[in-house]
Design a binder for this molecule. Sequence first.
Ligand SMILES: Cc1cc2nc3c(=O)[nH]c(=O)nc-3n(C[C@H](O)[C@H](O)[C@H](O)COP(=O)(O)OP(=O)(O)OC[C@H]3O[C@@H](n4cnc5c(N)ncnc54)[C@H](O)[C@@H]3O)c2cc1C
Length: 402
Amino acid sequence: MRVTTAKASGADGRVFTVVVESLGTGVQRRAERRFTVPFSQLQPLMQTIARSGGRIRVVSQESLPADASASSGVGEQAAAPAPTPSPEAAAVHAAPTQPAAKAPVSHAAVPVNLYKPKDPFIGTVVDNYSLLADGAIGRVNHITFDLAGGDPQLHYVEGQSIGIIPDGTDAAGKPHKLRLYSIASTRHGDNMADNTVSLCVRQLEYEKDGQTIYGVCSTFLCDIQPGAKVKITGPVGKEMLLPEDEEANIIMLATGTGIAPMRTYLRRMFEPTEREANGWNFRGKAWLFMGAPKTANLLYDDDFNRYQTEYPDNFRYTKAISREQQNSKGGRMYIQDRVLEHADEIFALIEDPRTHVYMCGLRGMEPGIDEAMTAAAAAKGLNWSELRPQLKKAERWHVETY
Ligand SMILES: Cc1cc2nc3c(=O)[nH]c(=O)nc-3n(C[C@H](O)[C@H](O)[C@H](O)COP(=O)(O)OP(=O)(O)OC[C@H]3O[C@@H](n4cnc5c(N)ncnc54)[C@H](O)[C@@H]3O)c2cc1C
């Protein structure tokens, strides 16, 4: 999808053309359709298209004479090639400077690679339990390792990952390679003793040639018993660090085990023991969008519900449960549908330079989120393909997918 918009000379005068495919039924659905609307009607049109299952191909600002731009109706034109933006429109990006203003995350004192694969830290499993409720799909466990006694002490901050080297050898008889896992506990650990680390691990399971295959390391971890020794490397990663600003706004987009870093942020923000230990009193807005196939698959749900009750002005929790909820088109409710539903509020927040967006989960979530952000941005007269790199450069757009 391509979106082009131009800077407004006056918001009322702007007119946009939206090219859509897969709208309507039958032959009509295969044809490309084009709508021309004044700026004021762009967002309602986007929402109607989204509700009708259409795919937005292009949004471009028209260079129309002043009298033509005064029209307030939605005009649909015959199918036609995608409009070419005027050179002026193509050259000017719609993103105001404000949304991409820099709000850097502090990288100071972030530990990296204290333990490497050649000489890993040997941690001890202290806990391993299922995070899923009855009727859930698959297997996801919360696993905690004791890190005490290392020299240097293996420590980390919220948003980092560690490596695990599973026991045993691969098909070639060589020791297994490490796998990375996002850390799910704050720097203090779940017990606040500063010497444990927790992970949230989904057992990889897939079918191949009629056989069920289980992932090597994820199965090793989900099966592991308290007392077992595990080779740990790291910590690594500076992409998902939290800003130190207590008034930052944090939008979190997570699917499945992508919740791990978000759990660390939310504990740091809202767990009473964390607030007391850190003297860090989060006062901004935190908004978690969580995607799961079933309610039984929601991870750490009770904690997040509690935070919402205790901090209603600071924490919002929006769930997309694909096999139980329907989106406005009658299809499965995915996280990107929730993003579209709340596009206005999300972009109002993004306009605030203190807002950061974090995305974590399976790589497959990225195109859907990107498409939702593109449509949502266009409805606000913004060009997401230009705004996203600006937010990234400003260290306000954080992605870790795998
Ligand atoms: C930065 C980062 C953070 C991560 N955080 C987490 C986390 O918090 N929790 C978590 O559970 N995982 C996380 N992962 C993923 C984790 O590192 C492992 O990749 C995952 O656990 C699978 O490893 P495994 O050893 O079980 O699978 P492996 O035995 O290594 O099998 C994986 C391989 O199986 C094949 N495969 C996978 N699916 C299919 C399929 N459907 N069809 C055919 N072949 C397939 C692919 O070749 C793939 O490379 C993270 C990854 C990264 C990079």
